[in-house]
Structures are given as structure tokens and as C-alpha cells.
Design a protein around this ligand. Sequence first.
Ligand code: TYD
Ligand code: MG
Length: 452
Amino acid sequence: MAKNTTIFVCSSCGNESPKWLGKCPGCGGWNTYYEEKVVKDKTTNQKRIAASETIKLNSVETTKYERYKTGYEELDRVLGGGLVQGSLVLLGGEPGIGKSTLIMQICDKVKVDGPVLYVSGEESASQIKMRADRLGINNENIFFLGETSIELIDEAIEKVKPGLVIIDSIQTMYSEEISSAPGSVSQVREATSKIMMMCKKQNITTIIIGHVTKDGAIAGPRVLEHMVDTVLYLEGERYFSYRVLRGVKNRFGSTNEIGLFEMRDIGMAEIDNPSDIMITEREDNPSGSVIVAPVEGTRPMLIEIQALLTPTAFGLPRRTGIGIDYNRLVLLMAVLEKRASLPLGNQDAYVNVVSGIQIDEPATDLGIALAVASSFKNVPLPKDLVAIGEIGLTGEIRTVNSLEKRIKEADRMGFKTCIIAESGRKQLKYKGNINIIGVKNIREAINSAFGK
Ligand code: TYD
Ligand code: MG
């Protein structure tokens, strides 16, 4: 075995060095070196032997995954039907978004075989207990360990034999085999791979919490995504109470589901009927407001979009989109200007998705365009109107997937009129109480929305 057990590797070009370097001689990048453990020859040999034994894929017996219900429908759906036994889940999110809170609530509700071990390197036992008290949790089955050394955590796991282990957070954990500081890329990776081995060997379900900043800048969960089975992100604006739980990777289910929660003063509450809360606080008759129906995963939601247009006071007009893609907004305004002859070139535009949720579905194009047009004209749209459709560059309205589902949701919520693409209306079989208007292009859409 070589004397050095760690080497330093450049994260952008892969150049190796026995010591840390500030500037990479290979690619010239600054501060790109991180420490990596040298894999011993023995393991490589073992791997080689294992790989050489080929078997017929058809002869492999599949096992059905045992799933634990977490006690939260919203989470179970994102996980694909519950927490898979023996799986390794990464829950990422910005600091303070509510990860520890959500996990604590799950620890209380989840039904696993054996105790739950909550390992925290961030908070003391009394802090965790205070949170549990605040959440009204009094559970004999939860064990706490305030530890940051992976080797010691391993020992504790041997002793407690838990059914579920929580690691809060991976940035505070370190392995004694690597000298760099906790939170560095190499420590985070090494700690995760140790946890992974531990959890796979003993078939223990493990949830790792990891902090990410908005741009994923710090050594965060992004580097671990390939190691774990499931990656979930908890998102939301800190000053809004809604939280979106998104599946980014899932070896045991689909990744297009989201879960909705609300951060209350006694913890995270599930939102199983999103449309109810996204539109209840509507002003009576505002201009620039319209309801859209995006589908997240399999579930349609109704969300309000608000636009405000004001004449540009100086220089270039501003466009600001909160909760929608900036480029999409600019594109839609250009289409409105050219295809519907709205002179928007000297208008500042601000478009906001109410409730702090991010929507990036083209199906909301028509709603955004109508909200902009309504604010520009300063004429309110009917309060009971829902707009569903994608807008093309020639101003045509295209139909969208899951159309019937969206219309059903609008109908269920008591909306009276729905503007959709004419091509979609022709194929639609749904007959509810809602009046469906088909339009071919943006000009027609504006005319029928404003009742011309
Ligand atoms: P926390 O779960 O500690 O966030 P994370 O682990 O992602 O860093 O939650 C932090 C915030 O949540 C904190 O600002 C207080 C707030 N909070 C509530 O609003 N209600 C609650 O019941 C709890 C426990 C926390
Ligand atoms: Mg926390």
C-alpha cells in the first residue's frame, strides 16, 4: 500500500497532486483542488472478482420493496409510495427552510421496524427536544445522538440497531480518515460514502439532510446526488410560508411529483388541496390578475398570476418575473406587442406568481399574457376565468397535456369560464358545468377574455 492515503484532485480538470494547490497547473483554475482518499488495491481486486461473475439477467430474482409510510401523504407521493426500506435519501434545501422540522415530524409518525436514531451535528439534545416539544412530539421511539464523527456514529448504530437513521446535516459530519474540514467537498463525499456502506450493509433506511445555497455554491448535496437512491429538495421563499418538496432523483419512483407543505408555528402542515389556498385571498376585481392551472406531477393546481404595467419613467423598460422564467416573460411580451398590437415597448412590467411558488410550465403562457394585457388596458378580467394554453411565436395558442385534468380542477373550484386552445377544445370530451371557450390565437384570446 502506498504511504500517502489521500491525494488532491482538481475538480474541474481532474489533475492530481500529492499536496493541495491554490492554482491548478493543468487548467489554471483557482481553488479547485479537493482532497480524495486513495482507494486501496484490495478493494479494487474485490471489485474485479465480483464483476467477472456474470449471470443471466432473466435469472435474477427481483425483490419487492418494503415501503414505510411516513405519515405524510404529500411526502409518500413524492417518494413513490413511501420510504423504501434500506434506501438512502438526501433531503436538500437552503438553511432555515424547514428541513429539520419536517424530518422531526416524520420521525414521530413513520412506522419502521426498530427505533429512530436522530444524529445531529448542528443542534444539542436540548435544542432538538425544544423543537420536538414545540411540535407536540413525545415519542419513546426516538433516540438522539449529538455526534459528528462518522466512525462514532457507526458504533452507535451497531448498538441501537435503528430502523431509521437521520443525519442532520451532512455538512457537519467528518470521517477521521480525511484531514480536511467538515463541509469540504471531500469530507462530504467521504462521509456520505461511509454512511451509504453502513446503511446498505445493515439494510437501514437513512435520511441525510444537506444544506444548499440558492446557486448550490457551497460544497453541498449536488456532489452526492449520484451516490444516494433518492434526492429531495425542499424549496420555498423564506418569507412565504409555503414549501414545495420536489423529487429530483428517485430509484424507486418517478421524479415529477411534488409535495406541498405550509410552515406553521407548530410545524409543517400538509396542503392536500392546493387550489383552496392559492386563490382565496383574491382582491375583488383587480386588473392584471388571472388564474392559471399548472400541473405538477400528476396533480393540477390553480394559481393566481398578477401583472402590473407602468409607463417606463427613464431609459429601458424593465421586465421582472417572480416565480416565472424571465426569458419566457420577455418572449410573451414580444408576442403580445407584435401579434396583438399592444404597444408595450414603453412599459415596465412586473409579473408575480402569488404564494411564492415557481411555475415553469408553458401551459401558463396564456394566463401570463392575459394578465399583462389586463394590467396594460387597466381592465379587469372576469373573476371566474381560468386560462390554459401555450403561446407560440406566431401568436397561436397551442393545447397542452392533461387538459381535461386542469379543466376538471377549475370546474371543481367553481370557476365558470375556461379559455383554451381551439384545437384542444375540439378533442375534449369533458362535459362539466364550466363554459369552455376555444381560441386560435392571442388576439382572439384577448377579445374573448375581455368580452368583445
Ligand atoms: P428548521 O427546520 O430548523 O430549518 P433547517 O433545518 O432547514 O435549517 O426551521 C427553521 C425555521 O422554521 C425557523 O426560522 C423557525 C421556523 N419554524 C416555524 O415556523 N414553525 C415551527 O414549528 C418550527 C419548529 C420552526
Ligand atoms: Mg436544521
